[in-house]
Design a protein around this ligand. Structure first.
Ligand code: AHR
Length: 503
């Protein structure tokens, strides 16, 4: 048993818990849209063809914003293809995923789905094959009340009121050579700045996201952000970050420490943005939209798109099955995002359904929760108020990729109104329990409401449609609170949530 301790103090406020930290992502990719959110033949489907069971689990997951329609897909997308009568919409090649896009779901359908799911839509514009004008047309379609070509087309298509979408991504992963219309930082920075400037002429209140790096290992990481922000600084609010992690070559210890890379990524982008701020004598600060993050086994066969003459509609693609260790990492990545709430103002778990997703469906059939569903739902539903920085004293564990890292990683949230305190903790040790002592002297008289831990002697246990419940967060009976101290034992490879309230 490794001893660890944390001290929680209400004065150590990092910033507010932002609802947008709990966003997700729906891309026209594989079965995310078709047979995912949209499956007209399903017994729970509504008049729009949306699966009621997916809507229900989306709400249970506690998703706040949903980014749409891509992803790599957006860089070849013609949004006008997917408006108006469905039977007149063209089928198109989707070059990003070597698939056929039937355009049965477009912006109007997505907005109706978002309203039913009670999520905020976050749109991306195509800056791969398209540019300023097409972005302006889409913005006019979405946000202008009426009296113009595109706004009246929206009204004619059944949406009298504008959608008033606030957050817009200026393209997707434009630093990546795989991206349709991939650009250098200078090329992209100029295009993003001009697109943002024009979009703000239509609607000055938009929140705009410039593309940052596709991951912290990109050869252009750092320099890309510097150049893009130098061009766009006054025109955008956020720079994006994307990161996917997976257990490489059986190195579980490094995989469990993935949040070390996320911490590094966030802190490096924030530092770069602040350097551009200083050099350009700018007053405002740029924030981070971590709008793609998850565990993704990118090297596995199912992540490879079809090829040759095979251009299927909604193929099985990127349908990773997550185990307990994957869920522990997802819980830890959420801890990292919350810890940086002063700079990370939005984030999207990529993706929502079927494609590297917490929710899985059978076409026309069953639905089930992946292991990663649980830490996301519990964090989203219980982290409220303010994020608190903790003083952590943890034993170290050795990892091949990150050197020595803390076995215990934790963050806390405190709701000053209700007095509720939530401690989120990960034990990243592969072998040892951690005996965690929480000093609550700043919160006299708290009582334990609930302590849940996600762990399993076999951390490779994976949920299926037949059994998605036999391994889920369970009551941790070792948790005790007495004399303004909490004590709990955290098994190896585990994620836990402690909920405390005023007596
Ligand atoms: O989320 C899957 C893909 O990952 C997205 O389409 C792309 O933006 C990223 O590379």
């Amino acid at each position: 048993m490794l001893p660890a301790s944390v001290t929680v103090d209400p004065a150590f406020v990092v910033g507010p818990v932002r609802r947008r930290t709990f966003g997700s992502f729906v891309e026209h990719l594989g079965r995310c849209v078709y047979t995912g959110i949209h499956d007209p033949g399903h017994p729970t489907a509504d008049a729009d063809g949306f699966r009621g069971d997916v809507l229900e689990l989306t709400r249970e997951l506690g998703v706040s914003t949903v980014r749409y329609p891509g992803g790599n897909f957006v860089s070849g997308y013609r949004w006008e293809d997917a408006i108006g009568p469905v039977e007149q919409r063209p089928r198109r090649l989707d070059l990003a995923w070597h698939s056929t896009e039937p355009n049965l779901v477009g912006v109007d359908e997505f907005m109706r789905w978002a309203a039913k799911a009670a999520v905020e839509p976050m749109m991306a514009v195509n800056l791969g094959t398209r540019g300023v004008q097409e972005a302006l047309d889409l913005l006019e379609y979405c946000n202008v009340p009426g009296g113009t070509e595109w706004s009246d087309r929206r009204r004619a298509n059944g949406a009298e009121d504008p959608y008033r979408v606030r957050m817009w991504c200026l393209g997707n992963e434009m630093d990546g050579p795989w991206q349709i219309g991939h650009k250098t930082a200078e090329e992209y920075g100029r295009l993003a700045a001009e697109t943002a400037r024009a979009m703000r002429m239509v609607d000055p209140d938009l929140e705009l996201v410039a593309c940052g790096s596709s991951n912290s290992g990109m050869p252009t990481f750092g320099e890309w952000e510097r150049v893009v922000l130098t061009e766009t600084y006054e025109h955008v609010d956020h720079i994006s970050a994307h990161a996917y992690y997976w257990e490489q070559d059986g190195d579980l210890a490094s995989f469990l420490a993935s949040a070390v890379d996320m911490d590094y990524f966030i802190e490096s982008v924030a530092a770069t943005a602040d350097a551009v701020r200083a050099a350009g004598k700018h007053a405002k600060r740029i924030h981070i939209s971590f709008d793609e993050w998850n565990v993704w086994y990118q090297k596995r066969a199912e992540s490879r798109p079809p090829s040759g003459d095979d251009w299927p509609v909604a193929p099985v693609l990127l349908e990773d099955r997550y185990n307990v260790a994957d869920a522990v990492v997802v819980g830890n990545l959420l801890i990292s995002l919350l810890r940086h709430t002063d700079r990370v103002h939005a984030a999207s778990l990529a993706q929502l359904v079927n494609v590297i997703a917490p929710i899985m469906t059978e076409p026309g059939g069953r639905i089930w929760k992946q292991t990663i569903f649980h830490p996301f739902a519990l964090t989203s539903n219980h982290a409220k108020g303010e994020v608190l920085r903790l003083a952590v004293d943890s034993p170290l564990v050795e990892t091949a990729r990150f050197g020595e890292v803390q076995a215990l990683d934790a963050v806390a949230t405190h709701d000053p109104e209700s007095g509720d305190l939530v401690v989120l903790a990960t034990n990243r040790s592969v072998t040892d329990d951690v005996a965690l002592d929480v000093d609550l002297r700043g919160f006299p008289g708290l009582r334990l409401v609930e302590a849940l831990t996600l762990a399993n002697p076999d951390h490779t246990w994976t949920a299926t449609a037949d059994d998605d419940a036999s391994v889920a967060p369970r009551a941790n009976t070792t948790a005790k609170v007495a004399d303004d101290r909490a004590h709990v034992e955290l098994p190896p490879v585990s994620w836990s949530i402690l909920r405390l309230a005023r007596s």
